[in-house]
Design a protein around this ligand. Sequence first.
Ligand SMILES: *Cc1c(COP(=O)(O)O)cnc(C)c1O
Length: 798
Amino acid sequence: MTNTPTPTAESLRDKILHHVTYSMGKDAKHASIYDWRMALSLALRDRVVEPWFAATRKTWDQGRKRVYYLSMEFLSGRMLEDAAINLGLRATCRSAIEGLGLDWYEVIENEPDAALGNGGLGRLAACYMESMASLGCPGYGYGIRYEHGLFKQRFEGGQQVETPEDWLKQRHPWEFERPESAYEIGFKGYVETVDGKPHWVPGETVLAEAYDMPVIGWQGKWANTLRLWSAKPTEMFDLARFNHGDYAAAAEPEALARTLSRVLYPDDTTYAGKELRLKQEYFLTAAALQDILRRHLAADLSLEALPKHVAIQMNDTHPAIAGPELIRLLSDVHGMEFEHAIETAVQCLGYTNHTLLPEALEHWATYLMGTVLPRHMQIIEKIDSWHRRNHPNRPHFVGIVKHQEVRMGELAFITSHKVNGVSALHTELIKKNLFPELNKLHPGRIINQTNGITPRRWLRMANPALSHLIIDTIGEGWEGDLDRLRELEPHIEDSAFLDKFMAAKRTNKEHLAAWIAQSEGITLNPDAIFDIQVKRLHEYKRQLMNILQTISEWHEMRENPQADYQPRVKIFGGKAAPGYYAAKQIIRLIKDVAEVINNDPLIGDRLKIVYPANYNVSMAERLIPAADLSEQISTAGKEASGTGNMKFALNGALTIGTLDGANVEIREQVGAENFFLFGLTADEVMERRRDPEHARHAILESPVLQDVLQMIAEGRFSPDEPERYHDLVHNMWNSDYFLVASDFESYRSSQKEVDVAFGDRASWAKMAALNTARMGFFSSDRAIAGYMRDIWDTTSAL
Ligand SMILES: *Cc1c(COP(=O)(O)O)cnc(C)c1O
């Protein structure tokens, strides 16, 4: 596709020098690491632009259907090395940088993470963008260009402290500002009737201005656009007020507008119900839909033909106002008959459900919706009655508007032709528990698309040691066809291969240990089991169960110091939402326990706990390749899919996990004998909760757990404040909604099996290698191919 010759390290070095001089305006003698990183990024970006334009041309020349992925979050992480890998230029870049006398890692690590997301949902959107580009699926991602991404986490006295994140303080070398692509977005106001037709007159408006980033696919064959919207005032400031000397008030419209794209809401799987959040959701959606329709109409296509040319995917209900907004644009603005507008919208839209947690299901008070989006509130009522009319047997309790609230899940369901869950188990639970009635009215609408991860970032880039072994063993090409990892299977009978597999793991563990020694001042034994739980802090993910089991291990070592123990390193990482008290207490407990155990002379290096601050994509790339054991221990029925679980298993970690989310399918793929299963099933969890005393009963049956809770209650880990964890312990005895106590013994004995299994290094190596070899199914390429076939009805343009 591109005629530009592949650069050599020398020609690339010249390009870098050119950019240092002419783009950064620096004499090479005085350039900083930042300048060099920018110059390298710009040199690489130059090579992305051509395939990017070519892809756009081909899309329009061939009249291709376009897929629009709407998401409030894109957790992209760093972009430079990823682009280098996909262009096949990592080695060339590295020699060019080293030829300039610079350290490659120092340059790469100078880039701040783009942290425009909370966790799994945002990271999924980033993996899906990369896979769409790799598969040649013409598409655009639409999101918000938050000035401040997810907060940064620090620890002070073992407690989480949040500080603002400032990724845009520096220039962002991958984005192109598009001042010519700006749309007016309205809020509030009233609805009037003009020529017998409803017409919305907004009371406030802001501008949505586009910033485009190219997303380059594997081998640089295709590139799509991630378009992020930034809010700008429709008028910069109030000149009248300024001329009257009221300088602060003169800047008010600007300040007001900019709050819209100022910050990402830091709540993962909880819904805040705030007016600003609703405005952000509409801001993204309305800007995207105006852009989609403008592009469609500019190509001289009719709105009748919209579903043939346009597929719009809603990443959770956050952009679910897309249904009413598209219907409004088609009928109020473009004059399409109302019911026909609904049907057209339904054919274009798809909705991905990400959670069954009740606290995560968005519902907006009708008065708030009616105030912020008065016309949309009317349209929502009309969609609801249209649906009721078309389904006379719809039960009275089913509907979009209920108890003066707009239920966004129902709205998204009714305005989409396909609704998908993100793992086989999750999809069954959506059918059974979340939308049972709507499922009956619309058989076949709910389908499954199990999540996936991009193997380019999560294996090829993050784990060079293992990647090189795979390339030496089965050649290249598996990065774009991950099922080919199966070709590793015959080699697991070869002890030389297994030695190399474990040597790669050992290298990664040493690198991680060196980083932890430097950043945390804790020395780790690379022969220990590296046991890692990294993910957002949430009660359902049960980091608490992990730390309780760690305490029990420590206690046992102290009681019986002569016994033979398999050394362990417990690594935790993850942020708690700033207002989530219970989660923050769990972080503090882990930190307090670490302080005691890490300084216990009786224990030495047999047990260490580390919790580095500020878990993000870059830290995940550092930790995951070094893991022996992956902790995926959520209460069954609560984790929709998980994607962290996939990253670990692909990198040769064994999973200790419950039958939850995609763990179920991971276990099927890698084989039950290569997976440490424990705990209640989703059905058993429901059953267990019917006993109001389940927590007390489970604790009374486990003397070990009783001892552990007793130690915490006595202040063993918080001697300066013995009552610090009274609430937590009280909750364990009296409520324990997430069944930590009920699963504790099962988890503990599974952990004992891990110790035994790790003792047999040859057998462990086989199990680990089989995990890698059998994880091909979890490539996001497989997931995106499924969306293209089952939801978007489109094909590759490659
Ligand atoms: C993959 C990833 C997640 C999701 O992890 P889960 O274990 O599936 O919750 C969250 N945060 C980051 C930074 C990730 O890379």
